[in-house]
Design a binder for this molecule. Sequence first.
Ligand code: COA
Length: 396
Amino acid sequence: MAKKAAIKKAKVRSGSISRTKTAPKIYKGLAGVVTDTTAVSKVMPETNSLTYRGYAVQDLAANCTFEEVAYLILHGELPNRRKLNTFKKKERSQRKLTKAHIDVIAKFPRRAHPMDTIRTAVSYLGTTEVAWGGEPLESDLERAINLLAKIPTMIATDFRFRQGQKRIAPRTDLSMAENFFHMCFGKIPPKKVIRAFDISLILYAEHSFNASTFTGRVITSTRSDIYSAICGAIGALKGPLHGGANEAVMEMMKRIGGSKNAETWLRNAFANKDLVMGFGHRVYKLGDSRVPTMKSCLRDLTEWAGDTKWLEIYEIMENIMVSEKKIHPNLDFPSGPAYYLMGFPINLYTPIFVMARITGWSAHYFEQNADNSLIRPLSAYGGKAQRKVKPLVKRK
Ligand code: COA
């Protein structure tokens, strides 16, 4: 009897028989499906709020640096002064790339998208050692901190080479935000700009089971290594329905060109049923909790740069989308023009997202590894009925 029950359970798990007699319910895009628990972050769409390890993201943005938040996400608690200093020292000491790594980056085709080059540069790092899933947390924590330290250097090195310029080596006396500007442009902007950039990293650091994190968790669940999980996550983040939206927002704003065109442009988009980039969210339907903080940074940057055009377009689009369509902006809507005002080329916006999200991805890698179950959903078959092969050649 027990054997019969075990066989039936196995058949249900493998999908060879249905749990019920009726057709299985399909959850397109896994919308509304809860696949596991996480202690890394909590998204509360009913109150438009998001917490990392129990702290509201606005509270973290107002009171912490990205380094403190990275520590929190990776270790589960905010650091005290001593722990933060040790963490910062470690991260700063690992920023440099090897000559072999720099040579790999130098060989990337100039027309490649920086998301493809950062994916490959991370993948290269994975070839420099042997790593497997299921290793002790301490080894993967070391790898995560190494990735956190080196990813900005990989992005900036590739950016310099792409422009035919010499790379700028990282400095150990600068914060992650300051050092990134230094490696890209050879100078560090005023504090206001650095703070806006730092806040954008805090806001981009983690967001529960979003598409790229889930991709990373699927890869982790096969007992593959952290580098493979991160490379897969980078691939998922690139798409304009996910992280690539921050680039798409700025391309869209540039096409609109000025506030006087914004309403007409939007009404044409409605008529053509086009997606308006930077609006909507799979989970938040009443607004994205991170937007007010980033919009306030956008205001500061607008004032600093003396360029009001993008904020004017922002306001018009937001007013119409919210009042007429009830669709709210997501984080990519303010961060696109914010990065533009900071002076970054548009194709660097999603790689910057990678610099931040490496923290969340790594924490989810640890979590999945610690309590693993292979992620393998079922599908309903919708193809041809079973049939026989008509051989081209008769076989004896
Ligand atoms: N522009 C225009 N219409 C949008 C929209 C947008 N950005 N986002 C959602 N909608 C519309 C949908 O077309 C749908 O309309 P319908 O009911 O007439 O078919 C309705 O709003 C509900 O959308 P929904 O299906 O619940 O959205 P989703 O959960 O499948 O998709 C996104 C979420 C993020 C993929 C989607 O909003 C989108 O593509 N946004 C633009 C890209 C973007 O900014 N991505 C970053 C996300 S953080």
